[in-house]
Design a protein around this ligand. Structure first.
Ligand code: M6R
Length: 548
């Protein structure tokens, strides 16, 4: 995923940019580039990792610059396709995240006018459009360029000899970090934290002129606007590895704290109606992508059980294609980042359909948090590893808290049940710590999975989405093919794939699905598949029919 940084102030811009780009490396990238605007524009870009090419980047003295990490989409990874892009005069530089859909027709027009292109990318049209419109005002030129494109963008540009970075966004995040006598822009707040924790999130369609002395903000119609900055509570240390071998491990170990932070205050807020006011709710729809959609599926079981409300789950990427039923369910958008394009599009569509929307998100100030009618923050802290771990478990906490709130509103839960469920939730950090304390046992148990090419994850009822999440995580992290199945579906086809080389991970806990799960595990074992059981400590019956 691409990353943008920009700096203007008193320091050597190149140092700030390289630091910012390193903090964005976790998002993955294949090329990197920087441009510094001193008296004349300096540019360095290439494909490859920053650590391998950093030594070749000259330490120019300029105090303003922009930088980019590219994850190739339009045009293969190469030096020419890397950002920043520079216009034909060599004076304007620009970096972009997003997609310019009409780039081919624009490119043709610009080439006919004599503009010479150096890359295969969609982005390059933007810098030539700026050149076409530049008349001494970088902001006006950027606005004119953007008015001609169809697509999405977070964009930062600057002109040689000028003292302004100009930025705008549409469906891609962009945040401005406010320092003293210096300011920064980035596509991700993580890149700014070493400079400042005072930030201004650009809203949809907004643009800004960023100088060392201040920010001029414009709304989507070009009118000047003012807004108070937000304060980010994450520290640089929160965003760093803290002694762990990698970020994912660190974030797995942060789960107890994340759960604690996510519950902190939330139980009170939930009961005080701060998150869902006393409104009539006849049904609920949960909409999300990826891991968040698995949390949403868990949410369906919880809300139906606790609040007796008809609840459906839809993938955000599919939501817009469904015709809608004419009803207006409370629509809960679950998204860690609050910036996932399909989930944002679904939120907008839901509002158009007359639905009240509630965002469950981790990122304060994210687009979804500003666009939804109500927001529930999961407070998991920064998720650097990209793989959802602590953010997923806090989404599950959010689902329980929402279930409690809806159940109380609808009086489907009595006081004693609410008290007992709340106490159980408060014990969650302790339970999770208990599992983490057994990491070495878990490490031994997963040996049987490490060499497999295919693995099945089985569960029933509320554990079924958790098994889908297990399979997703395994695919994403180990590149081993894994499928999550509702255990009862196994006999309808996939059983044919099981043999001694295809391990199965099965969730079997003490609930009403236990007997059926024990039966499924026996079926699997009969086909010689090694079984890793996930159950309650001391469950001898489960231990007797599983291999680990
Ligand atoms: O930020 P979001 O929760 O909207 O992201 C949705 C998915 O991309 C995300 O949950 C993804 O599946 C996980 N990071 C995978 O570990």
């Amino acid at each position: 995923m691409c990353g943008i940084v920009g700096y203007v102030g008193e320091r050597m811009a190149i140092d700030v940019l390289l630091d910012g780009l390193k903090r964005l490396e976790y998002r993955g990238y294949d090329s990197v580039g920087v441009a510094i605007a001193s008296e004349e524009l300096k540019l360095f870009k290439d494909k490859g990792e920053l650590s391998k090419i950093e030594a070749q980047i000259p330490r120019w003295k300029g105090k303003m610059g922009i930088g980019h990490t590219r994850w190739a989409t339009c045009g293969r990874p190469s030096k020419n396709n890397s950002h920043p892009f520079v216009d034909c005069t060599g004076r304007i530089a620009l970096v972009h995240n997003g997609i310019i859909e009409n780039h081919l027709s624009l490119r043709k027009q610009l080439e006919d006018e004599g503009h010479v292109f150096t890359s295969e990318t969609d982005t390059e049209v933007l810098v030539h459009l700026m050149e076409r419109h530049y008349n001494g005002d970088a902001h006006a030129a950027l606005m004119a360029a953007l008015s001609q494109v169809k697509g999405t963008y977070a964009v930062a540009a600057m002109v040689e000899g000028d003292d302004r970075i100009v930025v705008s966004r549409k469906e891609n995040p962009l945040v401005i970090g406010l320092g003293v006598g210096e300011n920064m822009v980035a596509s991700d707040v993580t890149a700014l934290l070493s400079l400042t924790n005072r930030v201004l999130y650009l809203l949809e369609g907004e643009s800004a002129i960023v100088t060392a002395g201040g920010i001029t903000l414009f709304d989507a119609d070009g009118n000047k606007v003012e807004r108070e900055p937000s304060t980010v509570t994450w520290t640089v240390e929160d965003a760093e590895k803290g002694g762990f071998e990698h970020y994912m491990l660190k974030e797995i170990y942060e789960q107890p704290t994340a759960i604690h932070n996510s519950l902190l205050g939330s139980l009170d807020e939930i009961y005080a109606g701060a998150i869902i006011p006393d409104i009539e709710i006849n049904s609920v729809k949960l909409v999300a992508c990826g891991s968040s959609s698995h949390a949403a599926m868990v949410g369906k079981y919880i809300i139906e059980e606790m609040a007796r409300l008809p609840t459906t789950v839809e993938l955000a990427s599919e939501y817009r294609y469904s015709p809608g039923t004419g009803e207006s369910p409370l629509t809960i958008l679950v998204t860690q980042s609050g910036e996932t394009a399909d989930t944002l599009a679904a939120a907008r569509e839901a509002r158009q359909r007359g639905c009240r929307t509630l965002a469950v998100t981790n990122l304060v100030g994210s687009t979804i948090s500003r666009e939804a009618d109500h927001v529930f923050y999961t407070n998991a802290g920064p998720e650097i590893s990209v793989a959802a771990t602590k953010s997923y478990i806090t989404q599950l906490m959010a689902m329980y808290l929402l279930g409690l709130r809806l159940g109380t509103m609808r009086q489907t839960l009595d006081r004693a049940e609410v008290r007992s469920l709340s106490n159980e939730l408060r014990s969650m950090p302790r339970y999770v710590s208990g599992v983490l304390d057994r990491a070495s046992e878990i490490e031994e148990a997963v040996d049987m999975l490490a060499k497999a090419d295919h693995i099945f994850y089985l569960g029933r009822n509320i554990n079924y989405p958790t098994m889908l999440e297990g399979a997703l995580k395994l695919k994403e992290i180990s590149y081993i093919h894994a499928e999550g199945y509702a255990a009862g579906e196994l006999k309808h086809g996939p059983l044919a794939l099981l043999d001694a080389n295809t391990p199965v991970v099965a969730a079997c806990v003490n609930d009403h699905t236990r007997e059926k799960m024990l039966g499924n595990i026996s079926e699997v074992a009969a086909r010689d598949s090694p079984v890793l059981g996930i159950g309650v400590e001391g469950d001898r019956e489960l231990e007797a029919i599983t291999d680990a």
